[in-house]
Each structure stands twice: as C-alpha cells, then as structure tokens.
Design a protein around this ligand. Structure first.
Ligand SMILES: N[C@@H](CCC(=O)N[C@@H](CSC=O)C(=O)NCC(=O)O)C(=O)O
Length: 275
C-alpha cells in the first residue's frame, strides 16, 4: 500500500492510497477515513457513480463527521481500473470511470475490468491488512455505485452486514446505462445479465439476510425516470416480502449535494447494524 496523502479531519485521519490489484492487474486508488482512536473499527465501503474517482465522495459527501461520531471507518475506491494499457471508450458511461462493479467477460474489457473481484477480494484484504479495520463491513453507494452496493451485498451476503444506496440504478437490464454496459462487458445472452440486476435479485429473495435496505431518491433527479427507476426496487421487494425503505426526497437532484444532505442517516443505519 503506497500512501499518497494524509489529512486530519473530524479528529480522525483521511488517507489517500494506491495498491496493486491482482484482479484488475493495475494499481487501484482509494481513500480511507479512520475515526479518532486506535480501532479496530468496523467500516463502510462506498461505491461511487459514473465519471467518479476515489475523490468525489471523499471531498463532496461530508460523511466524516458522522463516521467519527459513530466510530466507523469509510473506504472509498475508484470506479474502474485506469491507465494507458487499459481499454477505454470516449463516452462517459463506458470504460474508465464506468466499471459497473462487475467482472467483464468480453474483449477488450476482460483483462482489467474485474471490479466485482476487486471490491470483494483485493480491496477488502488490502485495507484490513493496512489500516486498523475490523472484519465487519457494510456497503453503500450512489447511482452506478448504488447498483454495485445492492448487487454485491446480495451476491456476497457473508461479507456485508447491511446495504444502502442513494439514487441507485435499480435494474440495469431495463435502462440504457445498464444495457450499454452489460452489452459491452457481459455475454450477449441476456439471461446471464439477471445475476447482476438489483431488482431481479431482490425479487428472487437474494436480499433476505438484510433486515432492511435503505434507499434515498431525490424527486428532482434528472436521471430518475429514464435510468434509475426506483419503483422497480419497490415492486421487487413487495413480491419477495423484503423490507425496503425507499425515501423520496422532495426536490433533490443527482448531485453530491443530495448525498451530503442525507449521508449521516446512512452512516447511522449501518453503524446500528455493525455494533
Ligand atoms: N453528464 C454527466 C454525467 C455523470 C454523472 O452525473 N455522474 C454522477 C454519477 S451518475 C451514475 O452513476 C456523479 O456522481 N458525478 C460526479 C460528481 O461529483 O457529481 C457528466 O459527464 O459528468
């Protein structure tokens, strides 16, 4: 783990770092906030959205006061592998900055776009060895990262105590962001896509180890109707008898101002389940 910068914040320590990932075959950047004291601390993994790096949440979400108060750490990784030898696309919603938290099986993405394995293996192993973190984690995220948090929690319930999301892509098989990414990264047989779709996973009961799922969605979000479609999460949860608390927040948009307004509620939601 190479430390790139450290800052004191809310009595704790914010570290920007980089490490080599076996899954992506590239260096991966991240930030880690640890609260005041010695630890080991339970922690939250935050997954960001399209176009983001490890820096968007770190500088804009304003989460560290609540994290210090609840004595939880927060780990925020980058959203994809990066570099000159890594495949990319000129569009903002594919390639670097748009890893979708899945393992690609199609050329030219296969060698490096392994974000599911990166988050669930390399990231967890590395941060728990390098920082005072307990092996007790939860996961949350925004938009593409909300999709990542929901799907990784349901695919790996043994790794995560709880899950929440801000304005998640609810059903990537039923929106253009998701269809574009899955067409590029995954097998053309759309049946294989179902394993990476949050609403479809909830519908078949894959969230049943979670007592509740917290989702905040702004009603002024420019992506609400075409991409995010939170009603699909609600319908799936109702079918499966899964508790899902979907809060429609009047007038909030898709920006980090929305996250900053409600992130303390998400930190408290997870801290109660990590205690
Ligand atoms: N046209 C915009 C679209 C990118 C955007 O809105 N990204 C969101 C996440 S969208 C879903 O995953 C974001 O978090 N942006 C970063 C930020 O700091 O707000 C563009 O090209 O930027």
């Amino acid at each position: 783990m190479e430390i790139r910068a450290q800052h004191r914040v809310h009595g704790g320590t914010l570290t920007y770092a980089q490490h080599q990932s076996a899954a992506t075959g590239t260096p991966m950047r991240l930030s880690v906030f640890t609260p005041p004291g010695e630890g080991p601390f339970p922690y939250l993994i935050w997954l960001s959205g399209l176009t983001c790096t490890e820096d968007n949440f770190t500088t804009k979400a304003g989460a560290y006061g609540a994290a210090a108060q609840h004595r939880v750490a927060i780990v925020a990784p980058d959203t994809s592998p990066r570099g000159e030898c890594v495949a990319d696309d000129p569009a903002y919603d594919l390639g670097q900055g748009a890893g979708f938290y899945i393992d690609a099986t199609q050329a030219p993405w296969t060698p490096h776009f392994k974000m599911e394995s990166y988050i669930t293996r390399d990231l967890i192993t590395t941060v728990e060895a390098a920082f005072p973190l307990a092996p007790k984690r939860s996961i949350f995220g925004h938009s593409m990262g909300g999709h990542g948090a929901l799907t990784l929690a349901m695919k790996y319930p043994e790794l995560f105590k709880s899950v929440s999301a801000f304005a998640p892509i609810s059903s990537p098989t039923r929106c253009s962001w998701g269809e574009k990414a899955f067409t590029a990264y995954l097998d053309p047989n759309r049946d294989t896509w179902r394993a990476h779709d949050a609403a479809l996973l909830i519908e078949v009961g894959r969230a049943n180890s979670f007592d509740d799922i917290l989702v905040d969605q702004g009603t002024g979000d420019q992506f609400l109707e075409n991409q995010l479609r939170p009603e699909l999460l609600e319908q799936a949860a109702a079918k499966a008898g899964q508790k899902l608390t979907l809060r429609r927040q009047e007038g909030y948009d898709h920006s980090y101002f929305f996250m900053a307004s409600f992130v303390a509620d998400h930190v408290a939601f997870h801290a109660a389940r990590l205690a």
